[in-house]
Write a protein that binds this ligand. Structure first.
Ligand code: PLP
Length: 371
C-alpha cells in the first residue's frame, strides 16, 4: 500500500464528483455540536485584551495543561499541547526512534494509514502485526513480532478502523512488551470517550518510563478543525526524561506554540462540560451502530460490532474492499466508505464505514437495496 499519499481524499473527491447524492462515510469528522462551553469560550476570547492574542507557553496554555493533568492524573509538566493527536503521535514516534534501540516501528494491520505514512516519513523500518479475527491486536502476536530491532510499538484504543477496545490486561501486556524490548509504547487514545464496553484502559495507568499517551479534543469535543491535542511523556527526571525535553524543543521549533484561542476554548469547555455531553454522543453513535449493523446482518455481511470509536468494517461476499468496488458503491448505491486495502493487508476484503453522518439510516437502506 502507498502510505505516502493520503487515500481518504481520493475517495472523498470521487464521491464529490459523483452524479448523484452520496452519503459520506469516509471522513472521521463528527457531525454533532461541540459542548456549549466551547462556543462560550470562543466568544469570551474575542473580548480579551490584546496581550492574550500573543504567544502562550510553548508547551500549551497553562490553565489547559492543568485541566488535562487533573483529568489524566499526571504531572502538568509532562504534557505538551500539540496540533491535534497527529502532531502528538509524530513527536512521540520521532522521540521513540531516537531514544530506544532499533529502527523499527510496529503497527497493527489494519492500520490507521497516517501512522504508516508517518513512520515512512521519519525513515523507520515498519513492521505490521495482523489483528486477530475479531479485529484485536493480541499481546501474543505483538510479543512475537517485537525484537531488539523494535524502537516503537503503536496501539490505538478504541481503534480506528476495527473498533477494538483494549482492556487493562491487554494494555498491561503492551506496556510490558515495550519494556522488555527497550522500546516505546505509543498509546493513541483519541477515541477514549467513545468506549461502549466500559473496559477501556489508558496506558497512563501503568506509570511506565516506556509509555507516551497521545490524545486530542478533535473527536471528544467534535472539533477536528481546532487542532488541539496533547501528548503525555514520562517525567523529565526519569530514565527516559529526554523524550519530554526533545519533544518540547521540537514542538517549539516547528510551531512556537499551538493556537491560543483554540486552547482557551477547549480549556473553558473542559471546565464547564459534564459527563452528559459525552454520554449523549456515545448514545447517538450506539443508535447508529445498531442501525448499521442491522443492515449488515440483512445483507449477510461479516462484521464485528465496534466496542468503541466511530467506525464499522464490513465484509461483503464476492465484493472485496478495493478502490474499484468502493467507487462502484458510490455510483450505484450512493454510499462512500473506505476500502479495506487502504488499511493494509489483513482487511483487504473489508470496507470501513464512518458513522459520523446523520444519514446512517439512509446509507443502511441503500446498502440493503444494493446488495
Ligand atoms: C487513530 C487516530 N489518531 C489520530 C487521529 C488524528 O487526530 P487529530 O485530528 O487530533 O490530529 C485520528 C483521526 O482520524 C485517528 O483516527
Amino acid at each position: 500500500m502507498d502510505y505516502e499519499t493520503p487515500q481518504f481524499y481520493r475517495v472523498i473527491q470521487y464521491a464529490r464528483r459523483a452524479d448523484r447524492d452520496v452519503v459520506d462515510m469516509v471522513s472521521g469528522s463528527p457531525d454533532w455540536d461541540p459542548p456549549e462551553g466551547l462556543r462560550e469560550g470562543l466568544r469570551e476570547y474575542a473580548d480579551l485584551g490584546a496581550d492574550e492574542f500573543q504567544y502562550t507557553a510553548s508547551a500549551g496554555l497553562p490553565e489547559l495543561r492543568t485541566e488535562i493533568a487533573e483529568r489524566r492524573g499526571v504531572d502538568r509538566d509532562c504534557i505538551v499541547v500539540t496540533n491535534g493527536a497527529g502532531e502528538a503521535n509524530h513527536l512521540a514516534m520521532v522521540g521513540g526512534l531516537e531514544r530506544f534501540s532499533g529502527d523499527e516501528i510496529l503497527l497493527a494491520d489494519p492500520v490507521y494509514p497516517y501512522y504508516a505514512g508517518r513512520a515512512n516519513f521519519v525513515g523507520a523500518d515498519v513492521g505490521f502485526v495482523p489483528v486477530d479475527d475479531d479485529g484485536h491486536l493480541t499481546p501474543e502476536r505483538v510479543r512475537e513480532a517485537a525484537s531488539e530491532e523494535t524502537a516503537v510499538v503503536v496501539v490505538n484504543s478504541p481503534n480506528n478502523p476495527t473498533g477494538a477496545v483494549y482492556d487493562e490486561a491487554a494494555m498491561a501486556e503492551f506496556v510490558a512488551i515495550a519494556e522488555e524490548n527497550d522500546a516505546l509504547l505509543i498509546s493513541d487514545e483519541v477515541y477514549d470517550h467513545f468506549d461502549y464496553t466500559g473496559r477501556f484502559a489508558s496506558a497512563l495507568q501503568f506509570d511506565s518510563p516506556n509509555v507516551v499517551a497521545t490524545n486530542a479534543f478533535s473527536k471528544s469535543m467534535a472539533i477536528t478543525g481546532f487542532r488541539v491535542g496533547y501528548a503525555v511523556f514520562p517525567p523529565a527526571d526519569g530514565p527516559t526524561g529526554e523524550l519530554l525535553e526533545r519533544a518540547r524543543t521540537r514542538h517549539m521549533i516547528v510551531n512556537v506554540t499551538g493556537s491560543r484561542p483554540a486552547q482557551y476554548a477547549v480549556y473553558r469547555a473542559l471546565e464547564t462540560t459534564g459527563p452528559d455531553y459525552y454520554a449523549e454522543n456515545r448514545d447517538r453513535l450506539q443508535g447508529r451502530i445498531d442501525t448499521f449493523c442491522e443492515a449488515l446482518d440483512a445483507v449477510g455481511a461479516e462484521y464485528d460490532r465496534p466496542e468503541g470509536g466511530f467506525y464499522v468494517m464490513g465484509r461483503f461476499e464476492g465484493f472485496p474492499g478495493t478502490f474499484e468496488n468502493v467507487f462502484e458503491l458510490v455510483d450505484e448505491a450512493g454510499v462512500a466508505g473506505m476500502p479495506g486495502e487502504a488499511f493494509g493487508e489483513s482487511r483487504r476484503e473489508w470496507i470501513r464505514f464512518a458513522l459520523v453522518t446523520p444519514t446512517v439510516d439512509e446509507a443502511a437502506e441503500r446498502l440493503v437495496e444494493y446488495f
